[in-house]
Design a protein around this ligand. Structure first.
Ligand code: NG6
Ligand code: CA
Length: 516
C-alpha cells in the first residue's frame, strides 16, 4: 500500500472520541498498579495454577480482563516512558533501560499523564520503582541533598520511589526528591564507573552474598547481602531491606489514600515485584512452592489486596478506576540464583506465548491487563480487543475531559471505548519495541516484525528467544491467537509490504491513528 492509498484508506475511518464519562459521575480516583516483569501467564486469572492471586482475581471477576493488551516495549524504561508520556520511546533518545544514576529521562517541559490529572484538579502520587532517572545530569547527583529535577517537576505532588530497580544502586527510597530516613552518619556515594576504595563487591567477596547470589551480572556493590549493578558506598540506616520493599511502598500508598479523602487522586503504584532480585518477605516464603519468583507473585497480590481493603474502608472502591498491568513480559532467570527455573513445576510465565522479556515475540509485550471501575463497569467480561498502553495518557484525559494537544502524543482518546469495554475490536494496530529496538506491528489478525539483525537468544544469560531476524516476519492470528511458530512472510509479500509501509508511516507521523 502506497502512502497516498494509506491516507485515503485511513481517512475513511476517521474516529471520533466517545462521550466523556466524567460528565455523568463524580471524578473517579485512578489507581494504576504497574507490576514489573509480570508475565501473561503469571496470574491465576490468566491461567496460572501454582500461585493463588485472589485479589487480582477479584478485580478480574468484577471488571474487564483483556487478553490482547500490550506494553509499548519489552523492557522497563522505554515502556514506562511511553505509558507516562504517550510518546513512543523509539522517538526519543536516552529512553533505554536506565542506570541508577541516570538524569531525568522525562524532561520537565514534557506533558505527562500526571499533568493531565493535575489539570483536572487531582492529587497525584508515585510509589515504588521509578527507573526514569532523577536530577539534571547523569552521574552528577548528590544523593545527600534534595535532587532536582524530580517527580514534582513532571506532575507528581508526592513520591516515594526507588531511583531505578532493586538490582541497581542506590538502594534507598527517595521521598519527594530526597533520600528517605537519611542517615547523616553514612554519606552516600554512587558511581556506575568504578568502585569506592575498600568497598566489597559480589565478584570479589561472594562470601558476603548471604541473601542471594548472582547467576549473571549483578556482581558489583553488595547491599543487604545481595550483589547489585553499580557501585555505592554509605546509606547506613536508610538502605532498604529487600524483604520489606513491598510493605514499605504499599504502606506509603495506603497513607496517601487515607490522607486524600475527599479529593480525587491518581496513584502510580509501580511494584518492585516480580523483578530481580526477588526476595519476598518471610510471610510469603514457600506459599507457592515455586521459590522466590512464585512467592513474589503472591506478595504482589497481597499488595493489591491491601490497597483494595484501604479503598473499601475509605468508601472509595466504587468510584476508583483500578488498572492492574505489567511493564513488559516475563523472564525466569534474570541474573540471580533464585532457583526460579528449576522450581517452575509446570508454571508457564509466558502463558503459552513465544519469547519473553526483551523479545519481539508476543510474550515480550503482551501483558495482563485488568480494568475495574464499579461505577461504570457493571459486569465482568473477558475482552480480546487489541489494547496498547500508549493510550493511557489520552484515555485518562478523555475520562477527565482534559484536552490533549494533538500531535504531542502517539496515543489517542478514541480508544476510551476499548478501555471501558464498549468496543470489542480495539485498536487497529499496536507497536511493540524489543530490547534492540526492533519494532513489531501488531494488528488484529496479523503481526509483522521488521527485519533487524541480532542474536537469536538473549546473549547475556536469560534463555529467551529474541525474535530478531534479518528477514521480515509475518505471523497470522488464528483462532484468536497469533501463531508465531511459522513465519509466513515468504507466502504473503503484499501483506508484508502493506504492513511494512504502515509501520514506516507510523514512524514518520507522530500521533497517527486509524480506526477500522
Ligand atoms: C538487565 C539486567 C536485568 C534487568 C534488566 C532490566 C544484567 C545481567 N541484567 O541488564 O537483571 O535489570 O537489565 O530490567 O544486569 S527492566 O525490567 O528494568 O527493564
Ligand atoms: Ca520490567
Amino acid at each position: 500500500m502506497g502512502k497516498r492509498d494509506l491516507i485515503k484508506y485511513c481517512s475513511l475511518f476517521l474516529a471520533f472520541p466517545a462521550t466523556v464519562v466524567a460528565q455523568n459521575c463524580e471524578k473517579p480516583n485512578v489507581l494504576l498498579i504497574y507490576a514489573d516483569d509480570l508475565g501473561y501467564g503469571d496470574l491465576e486469572c490468566y491461567g496460572a495454577s501454582n500461585v493463588s492471586t485472589p485479589n487480582v482475581n477479584l478485580l478480574a471477576s468484577n471488571g474487564l480482563r483483556f487478553t490482547n493488551a500490550h506494553a509499548v516495549a519489552s523492557t522497563s524504561t522505554p515502556s514506562r516512558y511511553a505509558l507516562l508520556t504517550g510518546e513512543y520511546p523509539w522517538r526519543r533518545e536516552g529512553t533505554d533501560v536506565a542506570a541508577g544514576d541516570a538524569a531525568m529521562i522525562i524532561s520537565p517541559d514534557r506533558y505527562t499523564v500526571a499533568d493531565v490529572f493535575k489539570e483536572a484538579g487531582y492529587k497525584t502520587a508515585a510509589f515504588g520503582k521509578w527507573h526514569l532517572g532523577l536530577g539534571a545530569e547523569s552521574g552528577k547527583q548528590d544523593w545527600n541533598r534534595p535532587i532536582e529535577p524530580a517527580l514534582s517537576d513532571i506532575g507528581f505532588d508526592y513520591s516515594y520511589i526507588m531511583a531505578a530497580t532493586a538490582d541497581r544502586v542506590p538502594c534507598l527510597f527517595i521521598e519527594n526528591g530526597s533520600v528517605a530516613n537519611y542517615d547523616a552518619s553514612a554519606p552516600i556515594y554512587v558511581s556506575y564507573k568504578k568502585n569506592f576504595e575498600g568497598e566489597p563487591t559480589g565478584r570479589d567477596n561472594p562470601e558476603l552474598l548471604y541473601n542471594l547470589k548472582h547467576s549473571h551480572g549483578h556482581d558489583m556493590s553488595i547491599v543487604n547481602g545481595i550483589g547489585r549493578i553499580g557501585f555505592m558506598k554509605g546509606g547506613g540506616s536508610a538502605l532498604w531491606k529487600d524483604k520489606n520493599i513491598a510493605d514499605s511502598i504499599t504502606e506509603h500508598a495506603v497513607r496517601f489514600i487515607e490522607r486524600s479523602k475527599g479529593e480525587p487522586f491518581f496513584i502510580y503504584f509501580a511494584t518492585n515485584d516480580i523483578h530481580v532480585p526477588r526476595f519476598p518477605h518471610e510471610r510469603f516464603r514457600g506459599v507457592t512452592g515455586m521459590g522466590h519468583r512464585g512467592d513474589a507473585i503472591a506478595q504482589f497480590d497481597w499488595c493489591v489486596g491491601r490497597l483494595l481493603e484501604t479503598l473499601s474502608k475509605e468508601g472509595l472502591l466504587e468510584n476508583t478506576l483500578i488498572i492492574v498491568t505489567s511493564d513488559n513480559g516475563p523472564v525466569v532467570d534474570d541474573g540471580y540464583a533464585d532457583d526460579a527455573e528449576s522450581l517452575l513445576n509446570g508454571h508457564d510465565p509466558m502463558g503459552g506465548l513465544r519469547g519473553g522479556k526483551y523479545s519481539c515475540f508476543e510474550a515480550g509485550t503482551r501483558v495482563p491487563f485488568i480494568l475495574h471501575w464499579p461505577t461504570i463497569i457493571k459486569e465482568n467480561r473477558v475482552v480480546d480487543a487489541l489494547l496498547s498502553q500508549i493510550d493511557f495518557l489520552d484515555v485518562m484525559a478523555a475520562i477527565l475531559d482534559v484536552e490533549v494537544k494533538r500531535n504531542e502524543t502517539d496515543g489517542t482518546e478514541c480508544e476510551i471505548d476499548t478501555w471501558l469495554g464498549r468496543n470489542g475490536k480495539g485498536r487497529a494496530f499496536a507497536v511493540g519495541m524489543a530490547a534492540n529496538h526492533t519494532l513489531s506491528l501488531i494488528m488484529r489478525n496479523a503481526k509483522y516484525i521488521e527485519p533487524k539483525g541480532g542474536p537469536h537468544i538473549v546473549p547475556w544469560g536469560p534463555k529467551i528467544e529474541t525474535g530478531y531476524s534479518l528477514e521480515p516476519q509475518l505471523y497470522l492470528r488464528i483462532n484468536g491467537e497469533y501463531d508465531e511458530t511459522e513465519n509466513v512472510a515468504p507466502d504473503a509479500p503484499e501483506l508484508v509490504g502493506a504492513m511494512s509501509s504502515l509501520l514506516q508511516y507510523i514512524k514518520n507521523n507522530v500521533g497517527f491513528y486509524m480506526n477500522l
